[in-house]
Design a protein around this ligand. Structure first.
Ligand SMILES: Nc1ncnc2c1ncn2[C@@H]1O[C@H](COP(=O)(O)OP(=O)(O)OP(=O)(O)O)[C@@H](O)[C@H]1O
Ligand SMILES: [Mg+2]
Length: 758
């Protein structure tokens, strides 16, 4: 068995797997097997007799962790794989904090605020402090606070730090520190942590409680970190503290793929490794197993333009592969059509599935034109990021009920549902409650429970409404730890009135919302069942589900059963691979982004991003740019990205003279490019009886017998096209028609309503 593992590795990878003791850093190019090394190393450790409980593996997404676990399970068995501590930094340390929260004065059922909760709270604070929300833009405030937390700067330190204060004054935002402090306290009162807190508080815990640190050092005797180049300071310190005792630490990364500096990732962590572990070993992997030679070489030619790079020669024994195609479009819509058509054609040519395709873009807003084009020709797709299931209003509403039941001090959950479904508790009442909570330094929940005691000046009628709400939550709370997750969720959905409210809304949107809520309940049922499958004695509670949901990342919301094209930002594509990659919007001021072009280090980060994008492709990479596109509501004319020029010409097909068809797209007025196809000569002409006369649907359209291979037809939705094949037997005769606008379609002649035009 053991030798089986090692034969799947080249000598350098093998060394990285076998050298299990001491500090080891693998710095290697994209697709060279870093993640594979981690997977095999864990399996190998277990085969060597290491208890899986003693292994901690930190991945970039939960999905990566899940995949890794599945592979490991194949080698060492389910039981062993299950017991490894594996997940993202946030998910692993959130679980640890659940056990240890009371030490740092948090309840063990603390809520995790997502980015929208944080924004909502920051907005409230900005208003309360009477600051101008155009100067104190919530996104800027949020990222400033996040930056501080990732560098382990508390509000107190923030306010005392002369340089930070000078920076904020210079930027015209002297009150940032005050906002941070208030935000910090409000989260604390609400028993809530945001994402950055999960790392910050873990650091505090490990710093201030030596026996706790010792406990986890002793547990995590072997630590492995994927995508090490994108760890931030807070993550770096956690790893350093935990590994200090045994120093069995293996990190893998690629400095050329460091793309999260804007969120505090610190490339210095790679350079510090040498200082922190002077006896460390460094292994370089240079053979790429993922991509064609063309893709590897093209990616190398781009990244060689960066000055700050650790030298490595990435090469591959894979086939040479096709050149990278560059497509020039007149508009974003035309670019979308090109991508959709190409996917359609490639999928047919190579008999591949839609899962083999990914479209990558620099900004989420670019997905709109792509989605439209894909929808037009019925290509199923899935967007990572954007408005995911868990960000929908009705889902967030029900989750807020769950959260409040679990932690009634959760301020954001309270605000969200106190008057939903409507209970006649209006804004004035909420303002009074909030004011009293702030003045008395307590939570909204406390005040709501005894408005009289806090002199809220709320009339008896409203008080009764508040009381009936708090009574309901308290009664649900009393059952929270008794009921199983699904039953509890269902009970909350019913008693809150939310299910009924949605059920009564018979508009199509209302019906969809009701179904979504049912879907959430199904999800909880499934969650509980999976937990029980893994551990027969587990009695999963609703709070376990809440933790799971709070820690989902974009890439985790994947349903592998469905065949769909993936759409995502390049940032979200890290670590993934697809046979066919489309990188769209290769334009100056979009990619590289406008904000990056004036600073060399920012531009280098954009270039690394481009390197990440190209290296996701296994077989084929296609790049495109539009000479005009709608951005922020305006039509913008743009130049091709400088990164296109940086690709070595040897590996690229520049836009060739493309044939334009006569089909014009109504919305943009732009022409659509198509490939010329030669339909087969007419043959197999089938005689078909006329459809029954008088069928009104057929009146203006061709009789089935008029349809022959090679003729030109027109379809109401797909436009003009040419018949390339006829199959089947009546009454189910089908014509395959090539429509320049949408590619090839197979149509049932009975229903197709084709007009013969030549
Ligand atoms: N020795 C090997 N033999 C066969 N296939 C390999 C070998 N090493 C890696 N691969 C395959 O190459 C592909 C890339 O590997 P992997 O994802 O581990 O690379 P990576 O270095 O983590 O890439 P990235 O930098 O993009 O995260 C995977 O499909 C993997 O299974
Ligand atoms: Mg990887």
């Amino acid at each position: 068995m053991q030798s089986d593992i090692l034969t799947g590795l080249n000598p350098a990878q093998r060394q990285a797997v076998e050298q299990t003791n001491g500090a080891l850093m693998v710095i290697a190019g994209a697709g060279s097997g870093k993640t594979r090394v981690l997977t095999y190393r864990i399996a190998y450790l277990i085969q060597q007799g290491i208890d899986p409980f003693n292994i901690l593996a930190l991945t970039f997404t939960n999905k990566a962790a899940k995949e890794m676990k599945e592979r490991i399970a194949l080698i060492v068995g389910q039981e062993n794989a299950r017991n490894i501590w594996m997940g993202t930094f946030h998910s692993v340390f959130a679980k640890i904090l659940r056990f240890e929260a009371e030490k740092i004065n948090y309840p063990s059922n603390f809520t995790i605020y997502d980015s929208a909760d944080s924004k909502s709270l920051l907005n409230t604070i900005i208003k309360e402090l009477q600051l101008d929300d155009k100067v104190y833009k919530v996104s800027i405030v949020q990222s400033r606070i996040s930056g501080a937390k990732n560098n382990l700067i508390s509000p107190k330190q923030y306010l005392e730090n002369v340089d930070i204060q000078a920076d904020d004054r210079a930027a015209g935002r002297p009150k940032l520190g005050a906002i941070y402090q208030e935000y910090w306290q409000r989260c604390f009162k609400a028993g809530a942590m945001d994402f950055d807190d999960l790392l910050f508080k873990t650091n505090i815990l490990l710093r201030d409680f030596p026996e706790t640190l010792l406990k986890y050092q002793d547990r995590f005797r072997y630590i492995l970190v994927d995508e090490y180049q994108d760890t931030n300071h807070a993550q770096y310190l956690i790893v350093k503290k935990l590994a200090a005792r045994f120093q069995n630490l293996c990190v893998v990364g690629d400095d050329a793929q460091s793309i999260y500096a804007f969120r505090g990732a610190n490339i210095q962590n790679i350079l510090n490794f040498r200082k922190d572990y002077p006896d460390y070993s460094l292994i370089k992997l240079e053979q790429n197993y993922r991509s064609t030679q063309t893709i590897v070489n093209a990616a190398n030619s781009v990244i060689s333009n960066n000055r700050d790079q650790i030298k490595k020669e990435v090469w591959t024994e894979n086939d040479q592969g096709d050149r990278i195609k560059i497509f020039k479009a007149n508009s974003d819509n035309e670019e979308g059509m090109f991508v959709a058509q190409s996917i359609f054609e490639l999928q047919h040519q190579h008999h591949s599935t839609f899962n083999d395709f990914a479209i990558l873009y620099r900004t989420n807003a670019q997905s709109r034109a792509l989605e439209e084009a894909l929808r037009k020709i019925n290509i199923p797709y899935k967007i990572y990021g954007g408005l995911s299931f868990y960000q929908r209003k009705e889902i967030k509403d029900l989750l807020a009920y769950f959260r409040l039941t679990s932690n009634p001090n959760d301020e954001e959950a309270f605000k969200r549902i106190i008057n939903y479904p409507a209970r006649g508790i209006g804004k004035t009442t909420m303002d009074k409650l909030t004011l009293a909570a702030n003045e008395n330094d307590t939570s909204l929940w406390e005040v709501a429970n005894s408005p009289g005691q806090y002199n809220c000046n709320i009339n008896a009628g409203t008080r009764a409404k508040i009381e009936s709400f708090t009574t309901m939550i308290k009664s649900l709370r009393s059952e929270l730890h008794k009921e199983d997750a699904y039953l509890m969720a269902e009970k909350i959905a019913k008693s809150s009135g939310l299910l009924k409210e949605l059920y009564n809304d018979k508009t199509p949107e209302g019906v969809a919302r009701y179904e979504n809520v049912q879907e959430l309940l199904n999800g909880i049922k499934e969650f509980a069942e999976t937990q029980k499958e893994q551990d027969a004695e587990a009695a999963p509670k609703l709070e376990d589900f809440l933790l799971d949901v709070a820690l989902l990342t974009d890439a985790d919301q994947d349903n592998e059963d469905e065949e769909r094209v993936s759409l995502m930002t390049i940032h979200a594509s890290k670590g993934l691979e697809f046979p066919y990659i489309f990188i769209v919007g290769m334009e100056e001021n979009l990619f590289p982004s406008q904000m990056s072009v004036n600073s060399r280090s920012d531009l280098e980060e954009e270039r690394r991003l481009f390197y990440v994008a190209i290296t996701r492709a296994k077989q084929k990479a296609t790049l495109s740019y539009a000479t005009s596109r709608f951005r922020w509501g305006n039509l913008i004319y743009s130049e091709p990205s400088r990164f296109l020029d940086e690709l070595d010409d040897k590996y690229v097909d520049w836009p060739v003279q493309m044939q334009r068809t006569q089909v014009t797209e109504k919305r943009t007025g732009g022409a659509i490019f198509t490939k010329k196809i030669n339909p087969p000569k007419p043959k197999n002409l089938k005689k078909i009886p006329r459809p029954s006369a008088g069928n009104p649907d057929q009146r203006d359209y061709a009789n089935v017998e008029d349809i022959r291979i090679g003729i030109q037809v027109e379809h109401g939705t797909f436009g003009k096209g040419k018949v390339v094949a006829i199959d089947g037997v009546e009454p189910n005769l089908k014509a395959t028609v090539y429509f320049p606008a949408v590619g090839q379609k197979q149509l049932l002649l009975r229903f197709a309503k084709l007009r013969v035009i030549g």
